[in-house]
Design a protein. Structure first.
Length: 320
């Protein structure tokens, strides 16, 4: 049976809606959302699909995560590439409001070590003496970690919550499953897109404020140590500490094992903006040992089973 005014097959519509409600009541929220979204664009004018979709998303969406709808990312990049532009399409994803904390890392892995809360005291040091670290312990403090430690967190949380995950780990070898679901690190394009507010496209010098100190812990106000997350002003979509506090390890690709957001930090001077606090200042490396000497945190991305997300297929390139 068809409704001539909307050209919708009412039988199919009602069947998908029935299956969606049934799945929701059985707490199969991912499948319920898939049912509702399959008929969302062709639904009759009088329907309650929007309400059901919102209810499903509230059940699926992890606490403290923000949905970043997909869109086109176009942005002039940093000083070192002569302000050339990025142009890339980004698929939808969820991203955590906060940098990964020691408390959350320990909740999932049960393996918080001293190295995870020892932070570099200075950004430079005498070679003969080596780097010096300070212990900063607290459940709300960012967790310091290596690329592998953060990947292991993602895998453990994905498994705990019934997702496939994105990483296969064999010893020191890490293989990325591009079509996985669950938790993983943010790609450079995802991180920058979210930093500027996604489709809001807020090209702010200071993400969410008028001065650096309003949005970031830096050398001028941090007492040379990281602070609890979420105390500074958030950006346009509610993400905290994108500038300052802990620089963040990002997902690598076939050219670089890992990327890092060089967006300032608790021990980085606040006077040289072009080098230190530009959100487009991303760098990649294959030297994971060198990365472990420095002190990095991270921020986690979540991909539901129902999302089509090909962001891992997008190789990070210098802007053109």
């Amino acid at each position: 049976m068809k409704d001539k005014s909307s050209s919708v097959d009412i039988d199919i519509y009602e069947e998908s809606r029935r299956k969606g409600i049934e799945a929701y009541n059985e707490q199969r929220y991912e499948y319920a959302l898939k049912c509702f979204m399959s008929i969302e664009k062709v639904a009759p004018p009088k329907n309650d699909l929007k309400t059901w979709i919102q209810k499903c998303q509230q059940k699926i969406e992890p606490i403290d995560y923000v949905l970043v709808p997909g869109g086109h990312f176009s942005c002039k990049a940093h000083y070192y590439v002569n302000y050339k532009s990025f142009n890339v399409d980004v698929d939808s994803f969820y991203i955590c409001k906060y940098e990964l904390t020691q408390g959350e890392y320990n909740r999932v892995t049960g393996n918080l070590k001293k190295e995870n809360y020892c932070w570099l005291m200075e950004e430079s040091w005498v070679i003969s003496e080596g780097p010096r670290y300070i212990e900063v312990r607290g459940d709300s403090i960012p967790v310091r970690g290596t690329f592998q430690e953060f990947v292991e967190y993602c895998n453990a949380r994905s498994k705990d919550e019934g997702y496939e995950g994105f990483y296969e780990i064999k010893g020191n070898s890490i293989t990325v499953k591009h079509q996985g679901n669950g938790y993983r690190l943010a790609t450079p394009y995802e991180w920058m897109f979210a930093a500027f507010g996604g489709n809001l496209n807020k090209k702010e010098k200071f993400l969410g404020g008028k001065t650096l100190s309003e949005v970031a812990w830096h050398l001028g106000n941090s007492n040379n140590k990281p602070h609890p997350v979420g105390l500074k002003k958030p950006n346009a979509i509610g993400l905290y500490d994108l500038q300052g506090n802990a620089p963040e390890i990002l997902q690598g690709d076939k050219n670089s094992k890992v990327f890092c957001s060089m967006c300032g930090g608790y021990n980085v001077s606040n006077w040289n903006y072009d080098q230190a606090y530009d959100p487009t200042y991303i760098w990649g490396t294959n030297n994971l040992k060198d990365i472990s000497t420095w002190t990095y945190g991270t921020r986690i991305v979540f991909i539901p089973k129902t999302f089509r997300n090909s962001n891992l297929d997008k190789i990070y390139k210098d802007p053109q």
